[in-house]
Design a protein around this ligand. Structure first.
Ligand code: C5P
Length: 236
C-alpha cells in the first residue's frame, strides 16, 4: 500500500494581499510550499509528493525544491497548474504512475503547518476502507446562510441558520482511494471548493476524522501572523 500526496500550489493568493503567489511566500524564512511538502513527507507512509506549481512558476518551484531537499525515501514531481484548483489537482493526478499508489492525499500548500498525526490519521482511515476521508473541526462561530446574489452594499438577508453542532470546518490533507479520486475528477463537472465534495457527488461515502487547529489555511494577512507564532512556538 503506497501513498502519494498532491499539493496544489498554483493559486495567486489575492486575499493575502499583493506579492508573490501565496505558496511561495515565506513563513519563518522558508516558503509556505516547502513547509507543506515537508508536512507530507513527514509521514512515513508518503513516498511521492507531487507539487502543482503556478503555471508560469514551475522552474522557480523546482529551484526552491532543489534548495530544500526531502528526506531519503520520498520522491518529488513538479507539474504546472491550471486556472482552477480542480484543474490543478487533476494535473497532479495525471502524473501519478499507474498502479503504484493506492492512496492519494490532496493537500493545500496554504496549510503549511498540518501536524504529521493528522496526515497519518487520514491515511489510516483510507487504508481501513473509506473511499474518501477529510480532517475537520467543529465550528466556533455560528454560521448563517444568506440570500444568493444580495444587492452589493446593502445588508444581506439571512435565509437559514444550520445547526452548528452538525457542521464541521474541513481541512486538508483529504485522503482518497486512488481510483475513486480519479473517477471523481474525470466525471464530476462544475465548481467545487474541495475534492471530497466531488466524491460525494458520485454518491460515495465521505468520512470525517479529527482535524487539527494548526492545519488552518493561510488565506488572509492575519493568518500569516498566526502561522509565524505557531512556528516560533514549535522552535522553542
Ligand atoms: O484559493 P484557495 O485558498 O481555496 O486555494 C487552495 C489551494 O489551491 C492553494 O494551495 C492554492 O495554491 C491552490 N490552487 C491551485 N490552482 C488554482 C487555484 C488554487 O493549485 N488555480
Amino acid at each position: 500500500a503506497r501513498t502519494a500526496a498532491v499539493i496544489p500550489a498554483a493559486g495567486r493568493g489575492v486575499r493575502l494581499g499583493p506579492g508573490a503567489p501565496k505558496a511561495l511566500r515565506a513563513l519563518g524564512g522558508t516558503p509556505m510550499l516547502i513547509h507543506a511538502v515537508r508536512a507530507m513527507a513527514a509521514s512515513r507512509a508518503v513516498s511521492l509528493v507531487v507539487v502543482v506549481a503556478p503555471p508560469d512558476g514551475a522552474t522557480e518551484v523546482k529551484g526552491l525544491l532543489d534548495a530544500h531537499p526531502l528526506p531519503e525515501g520520498t520522491d518529488l514531481l513538479v507539474v504546472p497548474g491550471g486556472e482552477t484548483r480542480q484543474e490543478s489537482v487533476r494535473r497532479g493526478l495525471e502524473v501519478l504512475p499507474p498502479g503504484v499508489y493506492d492512496v492519494v492525499l490532496v493537500h493545500d500548500a496554504a496549510r503549511p503547518l498540518v501536524p504529521v498525526e493528522t496526515v497519518d490519521a487520514v491515511i489510516e482511515a483510507v487504508r481501513r476502507g473509506a473511499p474518501a476521508v477529510v480532517p475537520a473541526l467543529p465550528l466556533a462561530d455560528t454560521v448563517k446562510q444568506v440570500e444568493p446574489a444580495g444587492v452589493p452594499g446593502t445588508p444581506e438577508p439571512v435565509v437559514a441558520t444550520p445547526e452548528r453542532s452538525l457542521l464541521r470546518a474541513v481541512q486538508t490533507p483529504q485522503g482518497f482511494d486512488h481510483d475513486t479520486l480519479v473517477r471523481a475528477h474525470t466525471t464530476v463537472t462544475g465548481e467545487v471548493t474541495d475534492d471530497a465534495s466531488m466524491v460525494e457527488r458520485l454518491g460515495l461515502s465521505v468520512v470525517v476524522v479529527p482535524g487539527h487547529e494548526e492545519a488552518f489555511k493561510v488565506t488572509r494577512p492575519l493568518d500569516l501572523v498566526l502561522a509565524e507564532a505557531v512556528l516560533a512556538r514549535r522552535r522553542h
